[in-house]
Structure formats: structure tokens, C-alpha cells
Design a protein around this ligand. Structure first.
Ligand code: NDP
Length: 254
């Protein structure tokens, strides 16, 4: 379904969303879906300027509102600045999606300190910073949704210790943050995908075949399947779901 064909969505009309890491993969699908459902969407990227501009053009051509901001999730200043820019541009904030993430796979003896620090910086620290900054701007009944991973629950291959650590950190943060913000009707949830076909985890090759064998459905997820779940959590019908770690993984952790 194209963005153009689906601009009849209304669930998020009048809402403003900010997606941290929205240029490619799951993040880009989330940006498209939230825009399709009526939200004005600002998103960040670090490298993919061309893809980001293409995504904005596609949404605007379909009658939606989108803004791409270059902001490295390793930089506190860049994250806070990007959220402020989104708030100023679109006049407020209702939805934060923390999607930016990196994957470094290597046995612990071989992981460099650079890999370890970068994983924790992008997958954990940036989530804390963006959530704190967003909490200062979010309107009542807002939403914070982080893309964690089923690997917080199950990591059935060697080399993923630091990635699993980073995604497990999101589990506790989600619970605690839901308590901080519940009084304002703001929900906080962690979406934990299983293998999804993206640049990070392509649906082909030996690694993909091994992962598929461990799944109830025996196939990779599609980015649109994750985006649709995120859209539901962002919408008005999901107002009683909070502090939850929600797995969408084709039975990977079953
Ligand atoms: P991709 O590598 O395909 O895309 C990553 C996105 O994050 C890009 O938009 C990228 O922007 C952005 N990003 C990465 N680093 C930074 C940074 N330093 N600053 C700003 N943006 C950044 O990954 P996926 O779409 O596969 O993954 C998205 C999320 O889902 C991640 O958190 C990942 O851990 C999680 N996940 C993925 C699974 C999978 O199987 N694919 C399974 C479970 C969880 P840019 O283009 O500019 O680099």
C-alpha cells in the first residue's frame, strides 16, 4: 500500500511524532505509518541524508507532514536539539519512538571497547536522553515507544552479549519510566521485534537460515508488521497499555 493511497487514516490526526533513527529499515516504516495515520512526523538520521530527504518528499507528496533532522544519537546535544526543533516546527509533541540502534556481534574476547561503548551509547543512552527531553515537552496522554529486541529474552547464538545487554536495559527503563509519567496519562512501552528483514539483519544467508529454524513461524518479519504494532500503541485505543515489554517475533522467544 502506498503512502498516497492510504492518507485516509485518522487515528493520529493532529498528533506530532518524533522518531529517533527514521531513515531506513524499521524506523522508516514507522515514520511512513505514523504519517499515513495522520501524524506530523519529525525523524533523525546520522548518515542517510538522501534516503531521509526521499522519505520526506514521499510523505509530503501524499499530503502529509514530515521533517528530517541530521542528529547523531551518540550526541546528547544533537538529540535534545532535534526534539526542540520538532516541537518548534510542528507546535508540540505527542509521540516519541526510540528506534535508532546498532548491532555489534563478536565473541566477548574480541569486542573492542569502541564497539561496547557505541552499542551502549546508541541503544541505551540515547533512549534515556530522548525520553527525558521528550518528557519535558509531551502533552498529556502522550506516548513513548522504544524498539528493543526479543534478544532481551532469548539470544540463541554466540557473540550477542553486548547487544542483549543493551536491549535488556530497555526492559527496566520502560517499567520505571511508566511510573514517572503515568500521572499525565503518558504510556511507555518497549516493542521487542524478532528477526526483521533490514540492512541490519538481511533475510538471506546462513545466519538468517539458522534464525528461521528457531522460530515458530519460520520466517523473518516485515518492517511494516512492526510499524503497524507501533502505530496501534501510539493511537488512542492503546491508552491502558504501559510499562509493558511487548514481543513481536514470530515465536522466536517461544
Ligand atoms: P537498520 O540498521 O536497518 O537502521 C538503523 C536506523 O537507525 C537507521 O535509520 C539509522 O540511520 C539509525 N541510526 C543508527 N545509528 C544512528 C545514530 N548514531 N544516530 C541517528 N540514527 C542512527 O536497523 P533496523 O531497522 O534493523 O533496526 C531498528 C531498530 O530495531 C534497532 O534498535 C534494532 O536494534 C531493532 N531491532 C532490529 C531487528 C532486526 O532484525 N532488524 C530485530 C530486533 C530489534 P542512518 O541511516 O543515518 O544510519
Amino acid at each position: 500500500m502506498t503512502t498516497q493511497a492510504s492518507l485516509n487514516g485518522t487515528a493520529l490526526n493532529g498528533k506530532v511524532a518524533f522518531v529517533q533513527g527514521g531513515s531506513r529499515g524499521i524506523g522508516a516504516a514507522i515514520v511512513k505509518r505514523l504519517a499515513r495515520d495522520g501524524a506530523a512526523v519529525a525523524f533523525t538520521y546520522s548518515q542517510s541524508a538522501q534516503q531521509s530527504e526521499g522519505l520526506v518528499a514521499e510523505i509530503v507528496a501524499a499530503g502529509g507532514k514530515a521533517l528530517a533532522i541530521r542528529a547523531d544519537s551518540a550526541s546528547e546535544q544533537a538529540i535534545r536539539g532535534a526534539i526542540s526543533q520538532a516541537v518548534e516546527t510542528f507546535g508540540g509533541l505527542d509521540i516519541l519512538v526510540n528506534n535508532a540502534g546498532v548491532l555489534a556481534v563478536a565473541p566477548i574476547e574480541q569486542l573492542s571497547m569502541e564497539d561496547i561503548d557505541r552499542t551502549l551509547s546508541i541503544n541505551v543512552r540515547s533512549v534515556v536522553i530522548a525520553s527525558q527531553e521528550a518528557a519535558r515537552h509531551l502533552r498529556d496522554n502522550g506516548r513513548i515507544i522504544t524498539i528493543g529486541s526479543t534478544n532481551a529474552d532469548r539470544i540463541p547464538f554466540a557473540g550477542g552479549s553486548i547487544y542483549a545487554l543493551s536491549k535488556s536495559a530497555i526492559v527496566g527503563f520502560t517499567k520505571g519510566l511508566s511510573r514517572d509519567l503515568g500521572g499525565r496519562g503518558i504510556t511507555v512501552n518497549n516493542v521487542q521485534p524478532g528477526p526483521v528483514d533490514t540492512d541490519m539483519n538481511p533475510d538471506s544467508g546462513d545466519f538468517a537460515d539458522t534464525l528461521k529454524q528457531g522460530m515458530a513461524l519460520g520466517r523473518y518479519g516485515k518492517v511494516e508488521e512492526i510499524a503497524s504494532f507501533v502505530s496501534y500503541l501510539a493511537g488512542p485505543e492503546a491508552g491502558y497499555i504501559t510499562g509493558a515489554n511487548l514481543t513481536i517475533d514470530g515465536g522466536f522467544a517461544a
